[in-house]
Design a binder for this molecule. Structure first.
Ligand SMILES: [Zn+2]
Length: 94
């Protein structure tokens, strides 16, 4: 697989995330390139997005889903639990 950043948008990665989130009852991408992010955020290059997590109720629920997504996407992606969303970015470490 080429490390050119397109993978995040591949049907594969997207379908895996969608599958996992639909199991939780809600699949909602809250932010791709819009919204407020850190100055060098990968959001601005379209390589990051946020998933709404408020329907997950507990911190453990969010952590479990994040772990599942992390496992499904592999180590070229960063999956970070934030206050009200899970941040996912395509960030291969080379
Ligand atoms: Zn984010």
């Amino acid at each position: 697989m080429q490390d050119d950043g397109r993978e995040l948008h591949s049907p594969n990665a997207a379908a895996r995330i969608e599958y996992i989130m639909e199991e939780t009852g809600e699949f909602c991408i809250t932010s791709v390139i819009d919204g407020k992010h850190r100055p060098n955020s990968l959001h601005y290059s379209g390589l990051a997005f946020d998933l709404r997590t408020r329907h997950l109720k507990t911190e453990d629920g969010v952590k479990n889903v994040a772990a599942e997504i992390r496992g499904a996407l592999g180590r070229e992606y960063d999956v970070v639990v934030e206050k009200d969303h899970i941040h996912i970015e395509y960030d291969p470490k080379g």
